[in-house]
Design a binder for this molecule. Structure first.
Ligand SMILES: [Zn+2]
Length: 390
């Protein structure tokens, strides 16, 4: 494989065999959750198909075709993705009329994929695969192939195609040009029209198993405990695992523990037992800190909410069975988790998880963060104090 691929061995094997036996089809739809390796697999399959000297279906990695593919500039590889809309758009060229800045970003984002096929393309204003792009590809395919005669079209996040673009793609898929393979990828299969689905072989991707992500992280220099924690946190999403690889967990833990300490009136900190309930002023301070975080680094803020969920999940596991230690995500916070469970026996786990998940979802909808947090923290406080009254 010439692009990094973690797991998905069964799918890779299937394509190796198809290519080795020259039985590759004309349309595939790769569907599965984010970070499961759809784009990486698609790029590798393109490389397999275009390689001049494949070994048992594997791309050789060194021929001129493989070299060009590595840089995504093989003339027979056609990459379709959402692009910004030009001020005066052409109806058959999605790039015509775009600003130099837009073009530069598109180039950068494509280049990023060559280094990390798990990266998410992030082109500002690119919300849709335009009809112009579908027409453009049709025209490209009609031209005489420059090098090998096999053509591969990758439609990245196909669900972003507008109705017109879907119709145009459908026409090409219904009568595909000779020796052309389309690979569509999507994290949202239900957003792909049935007409398109029925023209493609659907290949379903599952989340990558924890153990493989853990091995990968260790191979990239993470220590085993951190690798295990990240693997459990990312839920089979390699993109997220890579993002967490750079996270400073000591800071995350510090903020998280401060949060629970305040929620427990200091009880989580065995050295400093403070005999007082969490006050309105405490809540006010938490809201201020988290609002500042949300403003400066929205991703870090959302991760904090996720860490709260994982903390609660661990606490629930521990309260159900003290032997659950090896199933915890926060294995290094066992002492604090035990303290929490002792202090709030029977805490309303499902309610608290639901509240946090709602806040996480709402925080992505441009809602007023201090109000969201005030609601969350006050609900937490009420729910936790209830458990102390029983
Ligand atoms: Zn090759």
């Amino acid at each position: 494989m010439i692009f990094e691929l973690i797991g998905q061995e069964a799918i890779a094997d299937r394509f190796r065999r198809l290519i080795h036996n020259r039985r590759i089809g004309s349309g595939y739809l790769f569907a599965g959750p984010e970070g499961s390796g759809k784009t990486s697999m698609a790029l590798n399959v393109a490389a397999m198909l275009l390689c001049r000297d494949p070994q048992n279906g594997e791309p050789c990695g060194t021929c001129p075709s493989c070299t060009k593919m590595r840089h995504l500039n093989h003339p027979n590889f056609h990459f379709v993705h959402a692009t910004p809309r030009a001020k005066s758009p052409s109806d058959s060229d999605p790039f015509q009329g775009l600003s130099d800045e837009d073009i530069a970003v598109i180039r950068e984002e494509r280049a990023r994929l060559t280094g990390d096929p798990y990266a998410d393309m992030n082109i500002p204003g690119a919300n849709q695969i335009l009809i112009a792009y579908a027409r453009y590809i049709k025209k490209e395919l009609a031209m005489k192939p420059a090098e090998s005669d096999r053509q591969v079209v990758l439609v990245y996040r196909a669900e972003l195609a507008g109705i017109e673009a879907f119709n145009s793609l459908l026409k090409i898929l219904e009568e595909p040009p000779a020796r052309t393979t389309f690979i569509l990828t999507t994290p949202a299969l239900d957003l792909i029209p049935v007409t398109i689905r029925s023209r493609c072989q659907i290949v379903k991707f599952n989340p990558v198993p924890d153990t493989l992500i853990r091995e990968y992280l260790v191979s990239r220099g993470q220590d085993d405990a951190a690798a295990q924690r990240i693997a459990r946190l990312c839920g089979g999403n390699v993109r997220q695992a890579k993002a967490l690889m750079d996270a400073d967990f000591s800071e995350v833990d510090g903020t998280l523990l401060d949060f629970w300490r305040i929620m427990m009136g200091g009880k989580l900190n065995p050295g400093k037992p403070e005999e007082r309930w969490v006050t309105a002023a405490d809540i006010g301070e938490l809201i201020e800190n988290y609002t500042a975080l949300a403003k400066n680094d929205a991703a870090a803020f959302r991760n904090q909410l996720r860490f709260m969920i994982f903390f609660l999940r661990d606490a629930q596991l521990l309260s159900a069975s003290p032997e659950a230690e090896d199933k915890l995500i926060n294995t290094h916070l066992v002492k604090e988790l035990e303290g929490f469970v002792r202090y709030y026996p029977g805490f309303p786990y499902f309610e608290m998880i639901r509240l946090t998940e709602n806040t996480l979802a709402d925080s992505g909808k441009n809602m007023y963060i201090p109000a969201l947090l005030a609601n969350l923290f006050l609900e937490f406080r009420t729910a936790l104090l209830e458990t102390r009254k029983r």
